[in-house]
Design a binder for this molecule. Structure first.
Ligand SMILES: [Zn+2]
Length: 324
């Protein structure tokens, strides 16, 4: 019976040792979490804690190693044993005078720099992604918008005629086609009230837009005045209709002034029938004065016509993005 009791006691003690084993090791593992950051440019690693021990390696400034042991003796001062390689378990001693001991959870300068760089890279990637997304959105800002462009006059009605014979009807139908192309590139569904040199009544122009359920109606004209000095760009809207028309006119005027670089004559409130009969936001643009020598010359050029198309298109985008 005594023998059995002894055996049971022994087993119990053994079990206790096994269970409490890790507890005894706690101090060691706490120590292992400490790191030594090397301060010297190059620091000798020795086989034991003192300069009389053999040189086994060298470590360099700002590297850091896990501390696995520490030793202080009167002759040689303080020494720390560092783990040189976790994979090969290679260890050695360095003088504590040339290391900075830090908790592992504290970031070293190098770690911090690495992390900052990583973060900066992450942010950069994010920024690029966001920019691409914004670009994608911007590439078709008029997706789903149905726009009717109305080149004025046509057929037997030439509109204004310049001093050298350029007619309003031919300028505005070309600008209409160019504007249609610009807007379609931005995702809009665009219709022209006339594509060639045909006559269409004012009522039918607005009615076309109504029948299509268009979102915007924009009539394109070139101005004429008895005074040949009159020049510049202007836009008309009717305050008797949609209250947004004022904004549409302002957006179109800003867009055209920006690309055409002609005098900004501003926006005007006129109850034109072509505007009055349209059921959607509507405006009428006057690109420039055909009756003016200089502006007639400009309106003969592809460049001016293209700029006009781009200005109108910019104005529509501005309006759709901000007010529609
Ligand atoms: Zn006109």
């Amino acid at each position: 019976m005594k023998k059995i009791k002894l055996l049971v006691s022994l087993v119990a003690v053994a079990l206790l040792l096994v269970i409490s084993g890790p507890m005894f090791n706690d101090e060691d593992s706490a120590q292992a979490l400490e790191k030594a950051e090397i301060l010297a440019d190059t620091l000798n690693v020795r086989s034991g804690p003192g300069i009389d021990h053999s040189l086994i390696d060298q470590v360099n400034a700002s590297e850091s190693y896990y501390v696995v042991d520490e030793h202080t003796n009167d002759d040689n001062g303080e020494w720390v044993k560092i783990s040189l390689s976790e994979s090969t378990e290679k260890e050695g001693w360095v003088s504590a005078n040339f290391v900075n001991k830090i908790e592992d959870d504290e970031e070293t300068e190098v770690d911090k720099l690495d992390k900052d760089e990583e973060k900066a890279q992450e942010n950069k990637t994010k920024e690029i992604e966001q920019r691409n997304l914004a670009k994608e959105v911007q590439e078709t800002p008029l997706e789903g918008a149905k726009i009717v462009l109305d080149p004025g006059h046509g057929g037997h009605d030439p509109g204004a005629v310049g001093p050298t014979g350029l007619t309003e009807k031919e300028v505005v139908v070309d600008v209409g086609h160019r504007t249609k192309e610009e807007l379609e590139e931005l995702g809009a569904d665009v219709h022209l009230t006339r594509e060639g040199d045909e006559f269409i009544s004012l009522f039918n122009r607005a009615n076309m837009a109504n029948q299509m359920g268009a979102d915007l109606f924009i009539s394109i004209h070139a101005n004429g005045a008895l005074n040949r000095k009159a020049q510049g760009t202007e836009t008309y809207y009717s305050s008797l209709r949609n209250p947004n028309d004022y904004q549409l006119a302002q957006s179109l005027q800003d867009g055209m002034v920006n690309t055409l670089n002609r005098q900004d004559k501003g926006i005007f409130d006129r109850n034109f029938s072509v505007l009055r009969n349209a059921h959607m936001p509507a405006a009428l643009v006057e690109l420039a004065y055909l009756s003016n020598y200089e502006e007639e010359e400009l309106m003969r050029t592809d460049q001016f016509r293209q700029n006009a198309a781009e200005g109108i298109s910019d104005g529509i985008v501005d309006y759709v993005e901000n007010f529609l």
